[in-house]
Design a protein around this ligand. Structure first.
Ligand code: S3P
Length: 449
């Protein structure tokens, strides 16, 4: 499991002329949901393009522990024989979700309305993260939970024997919380209603509909009102997982700041609930274009073309865009170091409860590399140095956080002195081919020691 192994120190040296095609892996959010919904359908779901990062592999193992049969062909096709809504068996071991907040929160929701008990744990990062945001709404169904102080893992969830349907307004912008409640609602009779004030990624809603559930979304004065009819029979699906825009962000940002670069990142899902970073980069003056724009499986998709952009300008990122780029602020802050002027990021409190406190982790590492950063509880400002003026030279802590590690390695591709990270091991949770892919583009990123 990630984060439990020997640290892998890595270093990024100034590079030039990134070129070629970057085939990034499958979408992490959709991969988790493919396995969980596949396990809750009756019959065999077939998945191609699944992200085989540790986070998703941990979810696959968990689905086996709950009684689904999950197998992988040599060519990377996955088969999930689902047990049906309400059909989960009680696991006989603790469920270890590794580094994955999405994995643990969605699985807690999926099992919360079955008459079984399961205990969840994770690595040192996951065991610090708040779970009450999920167990509070699950309690409304009749689910019980006992965890460590502050609602932390390890935690035992006792599923509701006679679940009640729920109407719940999500208090923080979180697709994980929304999804946990919807997945729990699957095995409750009647309508479960989830209201979100800010739109977050809508993969659960789209996929539930694909699996045959009756689910509607209405935009009202209250927000987005999502209504799910309980106790459907989910039909197995054939899913081709689109590539992950959150992984595409790293080669795209690397190309924008690396002299002479021109790369193509094909087949990237541009669902508006996920594509905020690319809009932001374009507003900053990035030479980033969408080629071959099309629709695939009901989702907008394009090939991203990113070229070296020496004249980036800092901007104020609209706070209402935060949910659509929440995982991309770390790498945006690395790009912002190379822009002229301030990049202002507000309404981003959620960054403090990700795999690490991402504002703290990035602000500290950027400062040690010569960049001025101001920060408060739900905002931060990066004072850009402009191309050619980022000092670098420091070692940054990755705090068991894949996106922090990759963001600092991107930073080092154009800094005057190389940038190190203390542990690149967590990168395998979401982007196991990162090193090879970046090397193929011509980026000088290496392991040390
Ligand atoms: C995710 C939701 C987001 C995101 C995470 C994936 C999902 O988390 O940061 O990487 O797949 O639902 P929150 O729900 O905590 O915002």
């Amino acid at each position: 499991m990630s984060g439990h192994g020997t640290p892998i120190p890595m270093i990024a040296h100034r590079s030039s002329g990134l070129a070629g095609t970057a085939d990034v892996p499958g979408d992490k959010s959709i991969s988790h949901r493919s396995l969980i919904l596949g396990a809750m359908a009756v019959g065999e779901t077939v998945v191609t393009g699944l992200l085989e990062g540790q986070d998703v592999l941990d979810t696959a193992k968990a689905m086996q522990a709950f009684g689904a049969e999950v197998t992988r062909d040599q060519d990377g096709t996955w088969h999930i024989h689902g047990v049906g809504v309400g059909g989960f068996a009680e696991p006989d071991q603790v469920i270890d979700c590794g580094n994955s907040g999405t994995g643990v929160r969605l699985i807690m929701g999926a099992m919360a309305t079955s008459p079984i008990t399961a205990t969840f744990t994770g690595d040192a990062s996951l065991n610090k993260r708040p779970m009450a945001r999920v167990t509070d709404p699950l309690a409304l169904f009749g689910t019980q939970s006992v965890g460590r102080s502050g609602g932390r893992l390890p935690m035992t969830i006792v599923g509701a024997v006679e679940p009640l349907p729920v109407r719940y307004t999500v208090p923080v912008p979180s697709a994980q919380v929304k999804s946990a409640v919807l997945l729990a609602g699957l095995n409750a009779p009647g309508q479960t209603i989830v209201i979100e004030q800010e739109a977050t990624r809508d993969h659960t809603e789209r996929m539930l509909e694909g699996f045959g559930a009756t689910i509607t979304t209405e935009v009202t004065d209250e927000g987005r009102v999502i209504t799910l009819e309980g106790q459907p029979e989910l039909r197995p699906q054939s899913i081709d997982v689109p590539r992950d825009p959150s992984s595409a962000a790293f080669p795209v940002c690397a190309a924008l700041i690396t002299e002479g670069s021109d790369i193509l990142v094909p087949n990237i899902g541009l669902n508006p609930t996920r594509a905020g970073l690319f809009t932001t980069l374009r507003e900053m003056g990035a030479d980033l274009t969408y080629e071959n724009e099309r629709e695939e499986g009901g989702e907008p998709v394009a090939d991203l073309r990113a070229r070296f952009s020496p004249n980036l300008k800092g901007i104020e990122v609209p706070p209402e865009r935060a949910a659509s780029m929440i995982d991309e602020y770390p790498v945006l802050s690395a790009v912002a170091a190379y822009a002229e002027g301030q990049t202002v990021m507000r309404g981003v409190k959620e960054l403090r409860v990700k795999e690490s406190d991402r504002i703290e982790a990035m602000a500290t590492g950027l400062r040690t590399n010569g960049i001025e950063v101001e920060d408060g509880e739900d905002w931060w400002i990066v004072h850009g140095k402009g191309y050619g003026n980022v000092a670098g030279g420091a070692t940054c802590a990755s705090h068991l956080d894949h996106r922090i590690a990759m963001s600092f390695l991107v930073l080092g591709l154009a800094s005057n002195a190389p940038v190190r990270v203390d542990d690149g091991g967590p990168i395998a949770t979401s982007f196991p081919i990162f090193e090879g892919l970046m090397a193929d583009l011509g980026a000088d990123i290496r392991r040390e020691g």
